[in-house]
Design a protein around this ligand. Sequence first.
Ligand SMILES: Nc1ncnc2c1ncn2[C@@H]1O[C@H](COP(=O)(O)OP(=O)(O)O)[C@@H](O)[C@H]1O
Ligand SMILES: [Mg+2]
Length: 392
Amino acid sequence: MLPDGTIVANQVWKRFKGDDSRKLLRDKIQGFTNPSTRRHRGHRWALRDVDFHIQPGESLSLLGANGSGKSTLLKILNRVMYPYAGDVAVCGRVGALIEVKAGIHPELSGRENIYLAGSFLGLKRDEVARRFDAIVDFAEIEHAIDRQVKFYSSGMQMRIGFAVAAFLEPDVLLVDEVLAVGDASFQQKCLDRMRQVMAQGTTLVLVSHDLAAVEATCKRGIYLKDGVVQMDGPIRDVMGAYRRTIEEKAHGAVASSNDPVHLLSAEASDPNGDIPKTQQPLHLRFRLNADGFQRGRFFFGLTQGTANPIVLLGRRVEIENGGLEITCEIQRLPLPRGRYYLWCGMFDHDEADLLGWQPVLTIDVAGPDLDHGPAAIVRLAPIHVDASWAMS
Ligand SMILES: Nc1ncnc2c1ncn2[C@@H]1O[C@H](COP(=O)(O)OP(=O)(O)O)[C@@H](O)[C@H]1O
Ligand SMILES: [Mg+2]
């Protein structure tokens, strides 16, 4: 008998019926080249021979591109889906928030849902009652607790789903991408709550695009690629491997352009080679080469995704035969925690493109969140400034 909080996956395989047109398009977009990932007689493997053993109290993140099998694996662990071959053992009470509406019954009120979820977890009515106020308080649904959940906004549904999963003292907590829903302050609350739950010994399996949050929350990572475990180890190592594959993709896209200047690689890190951090030095490195001699101005910018940078820096450069390596150190990175994109380009004296302005790298920054203002006040761009306060 394994102790509560243990999760074991034994040679788990899962396949879905293929949908030809969709899968082919997807293969093209994602640039899959390995023939074994392709449709096989109308089926496509979502998980292939996945094997791991998670001890009680471990915090683990599943990393991987869209379609790599993370959600499928979580659903199998939560037993809302079954493997084609292999088996899983998940010991003890399982709290799961793997789809915004999972486990929430729209016809029942918020109050009824909380008691129902508790009974599914094997809790007695008075055990749920003891945690009821904390759940309602956390989910911020006092005013709507006796209303049917179908009248809740998706944000409210997500909040009650997370609160139920995280407050009914599960031995295992499974969380999929919910941090993408909800506002920044609620996301922070969820992260804080996950850390508290972990401190009580709960095993956590988390999927999130917020790599900074993942790094701060999880000690171990499993990197999935096309349903295969590529790497299983300390979160920093696994995240490093995952990042490198993202960078390779960005570099591939740029090298194939028709511009006379080519970007071979772009890297961004803190001075130790780790994830960039708010108000710490940011090291950037670009490697360029060119068709013949090129002279112009090189620019890079940090953006929230669009072409309009929050930070824009540039220099005159000349590229000769051997290519050029450009490094830049920003002494104190003024960006708060979040996901940013590095854009770069190079232009001649008429401002014609030598290298078109384009995104080349995703940068996740670890650090503090910005203060959450009233909804009516919108920041133009997220900038972190150090400040000290006094009250008297
Ligand atoms: N219900 C389903 N029916 C058919 N294919 C599915 C289904 N769920 C997932 N898939 C496929 O399985 C693969 C893995 O999907 P998923 O687990 O959602 O990945 P991730 O969560 O990492 O983005 C994808 O190719 C996806 O299209
Ligand atoms: Mg998913």
